[in-house]
Every structure is written in structure tokens, then in C-alpha cells.
Design a protein around this ligand. Structure first.
Ligand SMILES: [Fe+2]
Length: 314
């Protein structure tokens, strides 16, 4: 097993960096570390690392890759050795990170493992610099794959994650699995789909309280961006968290989320099981319907070796 520390960052494709800056930085309050060439490097107020969200200019939306940090430098060596004997990988550098390895999970999700990212300092108690909804830290990502079982096995057996909750389909098979490494309700959620290519549903930033979740809707509505408010505010049954889902101008989805639980004793934890007839309040504890767009729309992911998006067929 590779000793990973946590989910670290996501690299998301946007078509217009200026418009993305207005949405993510000026309105929602992600902290700008820097703009460099075709990339905008952002983070939450609690994050001292160089970035947790990279917006990369591209001709269409999608996920470029997801970054995980390993606990020690030797874990990266171990990962390179272990993974290279099983799957194709490449050495990759990014702004603030000298070296890491980029590869695809068994189901084709692009992942980047690294140890050391430049540390620029957090804005945790610099309250005068907080803006928008004061995004605190990257909390989780939500992925779509064809074969859920093989993907979950990889995150558990190779990357050290464990399951916190399951949602079962009408045949009693796992349809969605929530996994964590650092002990929050989840850092990775994975859903199964009949689509033959992997997809990226959303990334989520933790905010400190429900008021910040509501503020996201107030900010976008008062800026005339009603179409960007896709779902919520509401409360999930699964994970307990308050949520709101937003779409940027390219239809990439971002969630703000608050007040989920922490797993105090991983060795005692038994995954919470939601059966299919509990769908309504599993997804929204107050039983409100889920928008069709939320259920059926997500963005494609890049092939790490070509940089091209993988296209799917049902
Ligand atoms: Fe989420």
C-alpha cells in the first residue's frame, strides 16, 4: 500500500480564464495564489499549500487530473516502483510541485501523486482577506466510473482509503461508495454508471457553517447568475452535510459543503448502508427531488498521456 496523506488538489478545464476568475475568485472567494500562463492557481483560506484548485484554459470543460499527497518522500518512490510494474505512468511537474507521478486508475480516472508542494501560508485568521463564501479547504471529489468495485478496490488496497458509506441499487449492489483517508465523512465519492468512460461530477470545498452555504446562493442570485445555482441549499442524509451545487459558465460543477462528521475510530467504523428505497432522503434529508441535470450531467476526464478528453458512449 502507498501511504497517502490526503486529497490535495484538482485541475479543472475552463474555456475563459477571465470569466472563471470572476466566478471563482471575485464572487465565491477562492484565494488567488497566482496566475501563470494558461493556469490560475487557487486555494481555500485554511490551505497553506500553493493551490488546491487549478483552473486551466482549454477548449472545453472537464477534469485534467486529481492530486493526492503522499506522507513521505519515500512513499513516492514506492508508488513509482509499484505502479510502474502494473500500469503506465509518467513523471509530471506542475507549478509549485517539482515532481510527481501521473497515471490512470483502473477505471481511467487521472491521478497525480506527489510529496512536496510549495508552501505559501494560509489566510486562516486574516479575516479581512476573506471574500465570498470563505471557502476553507478542498473537501472531496465525486467521480463516475463503469466498474465501481475495481475502482474502490484500488483506492482501498493501493492508496489506503476506507469506506464510510454505501448506497445500494434496487438489486442490493453498491451504486455509490464514499471513501476517506484523513477521516472526514469522505474525500472521494464514486458512483457507478453504464457510461463506458469515466466522468467527473464535482469538487467540493468545505465552509465553516450553513450561513456560508446560503451565502453562495445569495451572491450568485444578486449577481444575476440564477442559472449557476443548480441544487440546494439542502442537507444530505449521507454524510450529514449541508450543501449547495453550482455550475460555472462551462458547466463544471462545484459544491460548498459544511458540518459533516469525522470518523474518530477508523478501526471501529462500519460503512453506513443506504438502501435503494432510501434514495430520497439519502440524497436530500428533507426529501426534496434531485434535479435531472444533477443526476445525468457531468464532465469528461483527460487521458493523461494525450491530454485529450475521453469521450463516452452509453
Ligand atoms: Fe459532494
Amino acid at each position: 500500500m502507498i501511504d497517502t496523506l490526503r486529497l490535495s488538489h484538482v485541475v479543472v478545464r475552463v474555456r475563459d480564464l477571465d470569466k472563471a476568475y470572476k466566478f471563482y475568485v471575485e464572487l465565491l472567494g477562492l484565494v488567488e495564489t497566482e496566475k501563470d500562463g494558461d493556469c490560475l492557481y487557487l486555494r481555500g483560506v485554511e490551505e497553506g499549500q500553493h493551490h488546491s484548485l487549478v483552473l486551466k484554459k482549454a477548449d472545453s470543460p472537464g477534469l485534467s487530473y486529481i492530486g493526492l499527497r503522499v506522507k513521505k518522500p519515500e512513499e513516492l518512490d514506492k508508488a513509482r516502483e509499484f505502479l510502474s510494474s502494473n500500469i503506465k505512468l509518467k513523471i509530471h511537474k506542475e507549478k509549485g510541485v517539482d515532481e510527481g507521478i501521473l497515471f490512470e486508475t483502473p477505471q481511467g480516472i487521472p491521478l497525480f501523486l506527489y510529496y512536496d508542494m510549495e508552501y505559501v501560508g494560509d489566510l486562516r485568521m486574516k479575516f479581512f482577506m476573506h471574500r465570498g463564501v470563505s471557502p476553507v479547504r478542498l473537501a472531496h471529489v465525486n467521480l463516475i466510473v463503469r466498474d465501481l468495485e475495481s475502482e474502490v478496490k484500488f483506492f482501498k488496497e493501493v492508496l489506503g482509503y476506507y469506506e464510510t458509506e454505501w448506497f445500494l441499487d434496487d438489486k442490493g449492489e453498491k451504486q455509490v461508495v464514499w471513501l476517506t483517508r484523513r477521516g472526514d465523512s469522505h474525500e472521494i465519492a464514486i458512483s457507478s454508471s453504464t457510461i463506458n468512460s469515466p466522468g467527473f461530477h464535482h469538487e467540493t470545498y468545505y465552509v465553516h457553517e450553513l450561513r456560508d452555504v446560503v451565502r453562495a446562493a445569495d451572491i450568485l442570485a444578486s449577481a444575476g447568475l440564477w442559472n449557476s445555482i443548480e441544487r440546494g441549499p439542502g442537507r444530505h442524509g449521507v454524510t450529514e452535510g449541508f450543501y449547495i451545487y453550482l455550475r460555472d459558465i462551462d458547466k463544471n460543477r462545484i459544491e460548498f459543503f459544511s458540518e459533516d462528521y469525522v470518523v474518530l475510530d477508523p478501526d471501529k467504523w462500519k460503512p453506513i448502508v443506504w438502501t435503494h428505497d432510501q434514495l430520497r432522503y439519502r440524497s436530500d434529508f428533507w426529501g426534496r427531488p434531485i434535479p435531472e441535470s444533477w443526476l445525468n450531467e457531468w464532465v469528461p476526464v483527460e487521458d493523461v498521456f494525450t491530454g485529450q478528453l475521453k469521450r463516452w458512449n452509453a
